[in-house]
Write a protein that binds this ligand. Structure first.
Ligand SMILES: [Zn+2]
Length: 1003
């Protein structure tokens, strides 16, 4: 009680100081100070309207010693035709650091392609001199345990510390303005002696990463330079940004798979920054999406969401005062997913901000015509952008700098408030077990998938989350686990009785060695966000979620995670984990035969390719050996040395048992297939996640394009498996490619474009897969190859007739916006299901909805379920049959029954001249189906789920001598789906034995 009062007092002090902070000075130059006349004239020349300037950026302060951006650009920041490479931006920042004692440059890591990332610190000499001392103060505010949660001590630290405001630029490569804006901003902050800028410099340290996606920036500059050299032609679209992903680099703040995410988070955390402000360019003229729209992420401290309002609306007010049109903060961006780069701050007790400014994807000055919804006046956008305007990169730089300078000034004016809030949010994160809960998340030591468990724990470690490990067995009280049947029953009863029952608790023993994520730690919130369940109501006023609505990591990783509310769990004997978590691996027993249980842990596929020369067999049934049980699909390895296996087991976290002789069980070979991974020239966004997963697991593949497939009539001679990850463009576009009118669009390395054409290259991006490509895929499968299609590439295989017996129904009302859905194994004897239990959770985005038929050439359409069938008008009650009058009643023959995931058996009529009847052994085999409607949703948004419920999720279609495996879920997505990826690897490793365990119906 006492402590609570102290918090209240602090909070009200904060409010007072925010309100009473004197408006120290007005924005604008000090007329007594010299300006760079020439630079200022160019700024005004390149700005297309006077109201796109502000008094903060309509001049450049002069310096005799510090170079302006012109030293590197040859012109002013934002000048037409000038787009610097990252190296040029860095060169300028380092010139600045060499010339000014107010600037320091830090290297913060490298990208996947080895390019450097930097952070530039700008502050007064006094602040920079106190850098380490300040860091130690901020560290204590960031972790109030270090000061015994003492509010009075925190207040002393607040008074002595200064905050860190971290700005990041151009994570999205076609959004090009930030680097030059940030070069000029750094100069202004270092040089300008106007009272307004001095107040910033003296009270806040501005930290700048001018280029976040460095690999993509250099490619974007290449493409822009190509465009300058070919002014009359269309230019190649930026199909690759980073090595792996494009736009999704700003969805990686959960999984932290990309180096840019790790480098920015490490910088943010090690500087103990209070704010992370990420710059984008896709909305006119400045949309500060900090306030955005609901639903807000449900795990945030309300102190933060209030800070959003303060900062966002102040920003709009200040820029409106300066006469700049089109500045607003509310809008259609919901703040639900924590996947955005800026959200690293929101999930770590700081403040997240994001600007959308307006950009031309390059440095051309061009006429821009807006859409009505962009220029209309709304309640939150009283001064909207103009419908049509000439827009320049300089305009963009004016907006970005003016927004940042006013924000920095507001932050400087209210530094104690934001530092105090930083402390309070950190403290309240530590108090989570006693406040909203939970007390902890527990990862049992006996999880059957230690590899996936370790993977998830490493993600948490990268997030800065502290892990503990139980020294002794302990118990936890958790809600009773429900079987699927009970869940269904409850859901049905729930319709009748409106009051939800309080879940009963059960005590579960946890073995020693179990991992515990204690919630009494500063970064408890990010652990809670990742491990808890999400629910997005279909009735939410927000009808267009901005991104995925569900992500529950325990489910997507296929790992047991217990949410424990009872704070007594914190009393269990445990110790802090130091060092990176890894799954324990090793070899036991002796003999020339080695067995490895199949638990669908991803490193099993690494093992197969690592011991390429060894002989691997898959057991087609479960067996016992050495007193242990091995499930169906387990590996039996011969022809490798114990040493090799011991090393591999240790490296990969696998348990290997050596035996004197092979167990007697039916087996088939598990080969290391020759794999091609196919991409389009339209988009490499989604396949990039697949490429990354294959690279991380050391699964070798040839990376080929749809154009290569179109040209290769001998695919089967070269490959055993062709993997075609989602292209997110649809079948027709994949076949058509880009229109062939206009000029060729080369994507290749040249002296003018040294950074493109590395992942893959082509003389002309326009041609697609074409009908020749379809034919080659069909021939490949007919000759015994395996083709894997996912979502729209599954649609491609179905649409172009490669998969007889599969049709796709178009969704009517179904809404699955990046949610986690439950799926059930239908045929566990098939190799694709090896290592899995009865159910698993899978990532789904609107299907496709597969239907199976026993007839080739069947058309798509919704299968009517028995409950959808209504009796026709006639005599009797709704349950009675109608009876024609004047003749005895004849009972209609019963219709053959088939579940929604099955193909209805062919009717007598269809079989009469059965040209199209697919022979039973050639019919599609369902591996996995979506769960029943009541049991389908695991996490996120699901509306009209009955449209996809029970339908096949993964189908294995025999075709010719080969197979096509179709996915309705995306099994490899954003480094988050480690629980479903082995469905793909199982298919690959068993590509020539997919019919194993198959039982065919005689009909
Ligand atoms: Zn963007």
């Amino acid at each position: 009680m006492k402590r609570q009062r102290a918090v209240l007092v602090l909070a009200s002090c904060a409010l007072l100081s925010a309100v009473s902070a004197a408006r120290s000075s007005e924005p604008g130059r000090d007329p007594s100070l010299p300006v760079d006349q020439e630079y200022g004239a160019k700024i005004r020349e390149y700005t297309t309207e006077p109201f796109f300037l502000s008094p903060l950026v309509d001049y450049l302060p002069a310096s005799r010693t510090v170079p302006t951006p012109k030293a590197v650009l040859g012109d002013v920041a934002g000048a037409p035709g000038k787009l610097p490479y990252a190296a040029d931006v860095y060169r300028y920042m380092r010139m600045l650091a060499a010339a000014s004692p107010r600037v320091k440059v830090y290297s913060i890591g490298t990208t996947e392609e080895g390019r450097e990332m930097i952070a530039v610190a700008v502050a007064s000499e006094t602040l920079l001199a106190k850098l380490e001392e300040n860091r130690s103060r901020l560290a204590r505010l960031a972790d109030p345990r270090l000061i015994g949660m003492d509010d009075a001590e925190a207040e002393r630290l607040v008074a002595a510390a200064y905050p860190i405001y971290y700005v990041t630029g151009t994570i999205h490569s076609p959004e090009t303005g930030a680097p030059t804006a940030l070069m000029e901003l750094a100069y202004r902050l270092a040089v300008d002696e106007s009272p307004y800028v001095r107040e910033i410099r003296d009270r806040v340290l501005t930290l700048i990463t001018p280029v976040v996606e460095v690999d993509g920036r250099d490619r974007q500059v290449d493409v822009y330079n190509w465009h300058l050299a070919h002014p009359k032609e269309n230019w190649p679209p930026l199909v690759y940004w980073g090595k792996y992903v494009a736009h999704d680099n700003n969805r990686d703040a959960m999984g932290l798979t990309l180096k840019l995410s790790r480098n920015v988070l490490d910088t943010y955390l090690s500087w103990k920054a209070q704010l992370l402000h990420d710059l984008h360019e896709s909305v006119p003229y400045l949309y500060d999406n900090t306030v955005g729209d609901g639903p807000y992420n449900a795990w945030l401290d309300p102190i933060l969401t209030n800070e959003w309002q303060m900062i966002g609306w102040n920003n709009v007010q200040e820029m409106t005062r300066l006469g700049m049109p089109g500045v607003f903060t509310h809008g259609d961006f919901d703040t639900w997913s924590p996947g955005y780069l800026m959200f690293m701050a929101a999930s770590h007790n700081g403040i997240s901000r994001l600007y959308e400014t307006f950009g031309n994807a390059g440095a051309d000055t061009v006429e821009r015509t807006l859409q009505p919804d962009e220029y209309s006046r709304t309640w939150y956008r009283q001064n909207p952008p103009l419908p049509k305007v000439r827009w320049s990169q300089r305009n963009n730089n004016n907006y970005e700098q003016t927004g940042l300078l006013t924000s920095l000034h507001y932050f400087a004016e209210n530094a104690p408030t934001f530092l105090r809030n930083f402390y309070l949010k950190s403290k309240r994160s530590i108090e989570k077990p006693k406040a909203e809960g939970p007390a902890a998340y527990v990862f049992p030591a006996d999880d059957p998938r230690p590899g996936a468990q370790a993977e998830l724990l490493r993600v948490l470690q990268r997030q800065g989350v502290e892990l503990s490990r139980a020294r002794a067995p302990f118990t936890v009280a958790v809600p009773v686990r429900k079987k699927a049947k009970d869940r269904e029953k409850d859901a049905k009863e729930g319709d009748a009785k409106d009051k939800p029952k309080k879940p009963a608790l059960e005590t579960r023993p946890m073995p020693a060695g179990s991992y515990v994520v204690r919630m009494d730690q500063p970064y408890s919130r990010i652990a809670d966000m990742l491990l808890d369940y999400q629910y997005w109501s279909p009735n939410d006023p927000q009808k267009t979620p901005y991104d995925d609505t569900g992500w529950t990591f325990g489910e997507l990783f296929g790992v047991q995670v217990l949410r424990v509310a009872d704070p007594r769990v914190l009393d269990a004997a445990m110790e802090r984990v130091s060092g990176e978590v890894s799954a324990p691996g090793g070899l036991s027993g002796s003999g020339p035969v080695f067995v490895v249980n199949h638990n669908a842990d991803e490193t099993l596929v690494t093992l197969r390719f690592r011991l390429k020369a060894a002989s691997f067999e898959a057991a087609e049934e479960a067996f016992e050996a050495g007193g242990r049980r091995f499930v169906r699909g387990s590996f039996i390895v011969k022809g490798a040395s114990a040493d090799e296996l011991r090393r591999a087991a240790a490296d990969l976290g696998l348990q290997v048992l050596a035996l004197p002789s092979a167990p007697s069980v039916k087996t088939h070979p598990v080969r290391a297939p020759r794999i091609a991974l196919v991409h389009t020239w339209l988009s490499t966004q989604d396949e990039g996640w697949w490429r990354m997963a294959f690279d991380n697991l050391k699964v070798p593949y040839d990376y080929i394009s749809t154009q290569d497939v179109a040209a290769a009539s001998d695919l089967r001679a070269r490959y055993d498996a062709v993997v075609f990850p989602p292209a997110s463009r649809g079948p027709q576009a994949i076949v058509a490619g880009m229109p062939m009118w206009g000029n060729p669009l080369p994507w290749k390395t040249t002296p003018l474009t040294p950074n493109i054409g590395k992942n893959d290259s082509t003389e002309d991006m326009r041609p697609g897969l074409g009908h020749a490509g379809i034919q080659h895929l069909q021939d490949f499968v007919a000759a015994g190859g395996l083709l894997i299609g996912v979502m729209d590439t599954a649609d491609l295989a179905v649409t172009y007739g490669i998969t007889p017996g599969v049709t796709i129904a178009r969704p009517e009302k179904l809404k699955v916006t990046g949610s986690v859905l439950r799926a059930k194994i239908v045929d566990g004897a098939g190799p694709i299901a090896y290592g899995y239990g009865e159910t698993l959770s899978a990532y789904c985005f609107d299907g496709p909805i597969f239907n199976l038929t026993s007839m080739a050439g069947g058309r798509g359409g919704r299968r009517r379920r028995p409950e959808d069938k209504e009796r026709p008008t006639g005599r009797g009650t709704a349950d009675d049959p109608d009876r024609p009058q004047g003749r005895p009643y004849v009972e209609a023959p019963e219709e053959p029954h088939a579940e929604a995931w099955e193909a209805p058996p062919p009717t007598d009529e269809q079989k009469r001249n059965g040209i199209f009847v697919i022979p039973p052994e050639r019919r599609p085999r369902v591996v996995l189906r979506w769960a029943d409607a009541d049991d389908l949703l695991v996490s996120g948004l699901l509306d009209a789920g009955s449209e996809i419920a029970q339908h096949p999720a993964v189908v294995d279609v025999p075709a010719g001598k080969g197979h096509v495996v179709l996915f309705s879920n995306n099994p490899i997505w954003r480094g988050e789906t480690h629980g479903t990826s082995f469905l793909v690897f199982n298919a690959l490793l068993n590509f020539d034995n997919l019919d194993a365990g198959r039982k065919t119906s005689p009909n």
